[in-house]
Design a protein around this ligand. Sequence first.
Ligand code: GTP
Ligand code: SPV
Ligand code: MN
Length: 596
Amino acid sequence: MMTNNQKLINWVNEWAQLCQPDKIHWCDGSEAEYKSLLDGMVAKGAAVKLNDSKRPNSYYFQSDPSDVARVENRTFICTTNKDDAGPNYNWIAPDEMKNTLRKLYNGCMKGRTLYVIPFSMGPLGSKISKIGVQITDSPYVVANMKIMTRMGKAVLDTLGNGDFIPCVHSVGFPLQPGQKDPSWPCAPIEQKYISHFPETREIWSYGSGYGGNALLGKKCLALRIASYMAKTEGWLAEHMLILGITNPKGVKKYFAAAFPSACGKTNLAMLIPTIPGWKVETVGDDIAWMKFGEDGRLYAINPESGFFGVAPYTSMQTNPNAMLSLKGNSIFTNTALTPDGDIWWEGIGYDAPEGTITWTNEKFDPASGKPAAHPNARFTTPASQCPVIDSAWEDPRGVPISAFLFGGRRPTTIPLVYEAFDWNHGTFIGSVIGSEVTAAAIGLKAGVRRDPFAMLPFTGYNMADYFRHWINIGKNAPDKSALPRIYCVNWFRKDENGKWLWPGYGDNIRVLKWIFERCEGTGKAVKTEIGYLPSTDSIDISGLEDKNINLSLLLSVNKEEWKQEIDLIREHYAQFGNRLPDELADQLNELGKRLY
Ligand code: GTP
Ligand code: SPV
Ligand code: MN
C-alpha cells in the first residue's frame, strides 16, 4: 500500500469485495509499470508493439467493433431531481442507478486485476487542480491514464489524508476459470452505463473500455463533475482548447475555443501559421478550467497531460505538430496497422502499404470502400512531446484568456468569423452553436444538431442552468472590461458542390490574427444584424495558395438563412421552458428584430 489515507483504503477494499478481482495493484505511475502492463497485453495478444525503429515505445490496439466511441445514449446524469439533469440528459435517480450497477459490479472483476489509479487533473499541487482515484480492471485504461493525467505515487503523496473524487470503472467482462479473455473485453451496449452523481461527486462507469467512457479523468471528471462544481463555486470547466498566439512584434495573448467533438480543437491548438512572423503555441487541446485571477482576468489551466486525438486526416500537411508529437511513446487505437509495424489512417498523406491490416483486423482493400481506420480512431500521446507546447502549459496559475471562440461544422449560414456585441450576446452565441454530427459518438442522427458551448454531451446538470451560470460569470466578473471577448468561427462552410470554401488548418491563423487585432483595438469590423464581421479587407489573405477564395461569401450574412436559423434556435430554446434565462430569450428577440 502506498498511502495511509484510510478513507481511500476503505473505499478500495469495499469495491474489491464487490467486484472480486483476483488481485489488487496500486499504480505507482512509473515507466517500468507502464511498460510491463503494455508488454503484458502484447504477450496476451491484446496489443501490438509497433516497430521500435519507426515508432519507439508505442503500441497498437483494436477495440471491439461495438466499443469505438462515447455512448451518449448510455451516459447518465443522476441528480436527486430529474429537472436538475434537464432535457438533454438520460436521468435515473441515484439510488436506483446504484442498485442496478451494484448488481452488475458484483463479481465483475473475476479473473482480473483491480488497478488503483491515483490521478491529478491539473499540475500537482495547483489550487485549480483536483485529485481523483479511478479503480479499473483494464490495463489499457491504466496505460492511457498514465499519458492523459499526472498519475501514481506522487499523487498519493500530494493527496495525503485529503479528499479525492472516486471513479469506478469496469469493462464488465468477468472471466470464468479457464475462459479465454477476448483482446478487447467489454459489455454489450445495453449493459453499458456511464453514470455520474454530481451531487456526491462520484463516477460509476461500466461496460466500455473506450475513450471518454473509460478514461474517467477526462469527460466524466474534468467536464461533467467539474462543470457542476464550477457552477457551485463560481468558475468554468469547459470543452475548450487553449492556445497562445504571438504576433510579429512579440505580443502574446491566449485564446480558448469550444468546438464540438471532432470539429478541430486539436488542429487549431497546434496550428502552424501560414502568415510569416506569427506563432501559435499549445496549452491544451480539449479541456479548460478557468478561474478569475487577482487582476480580474480569467486564467485557464489544461487539466490534462496528454492528447487523445482523432487520427484520421491528421497528416504532415494538416497538423505537422500532432504528427511530430506521435513519433514515439504513444498508443494508437483503431487505426490501421502496416506490415512493417507502423500505423496508418485515411488522410495520413500517403497510400497504405500493401498488406495493411484494418482496425477490424482484415487485410485492407482500398477498393472495398471500407476505411482502414475507424473514423474515431485515436492516438494517445504526451502533451510534452508537442513541438509547440507552450512554456506556461504547466503553470499552476494558468494563462490569462483574451478571447473565447465558439464554432462547429456548419455548411451554410454561419460566416467564417464574427464577434459578439458583449458578454450576454456572446453567451447567446455559445448557447446556440451547432454542428453536423461526427463519428466521436455512437448512434447520432446525421444532420446539424445544436451543441451549446460544445458541452451538450458534457454538462453535468441542466443545460439551462449552465447558460445561467455563463450569464452570471459575466454579471459577477470582478472587472467586466477584463472579460474575454467572444467570437463565433466556422471553418466548414461549403459551396453548392460540397467543397470547403475555406482552406482551414494553418490558414485559420488569418482569422486568429483578426481576433488578435480586435482584442488590441485595431482590427476593422462592420456592425451587422448578427454581430461584428470583419470588413473583407481586414482578413489577411496575403500569400494564400488558393487565389479564388470567396471572402465576400464567407463573410456574408444571408438574411433568409438567418431567418431559418432563428426558427431552429426557437425550437432549441423551447426545450428549456421557463428555466431558460430571460437574458437569452431577449437576445433571440433582439436578433429577430434586427433581421426582420
Ligand atoms: P475531439 O478530440 O473529439 O474533441 O475533437 P477535436 O475538436 O479536437 O477535433 P480535431 O482537431 O481532432 O479535428 C477533427 C477532424 O476535423 C479531423 O479529421 C481534422 O482533419 C478536421 N479538421 C480540423 N480542422 C479543420 C479545418 O480547419 N478545416 C477542415 N476542413 N477540417 C478540419
Ligand atoms: C470527444 O469526443 O470530445 C473527445 C473524445 O475528446 S472522448 O475522450 O472519447 O470523449
Ligand atoms: Mn473532446
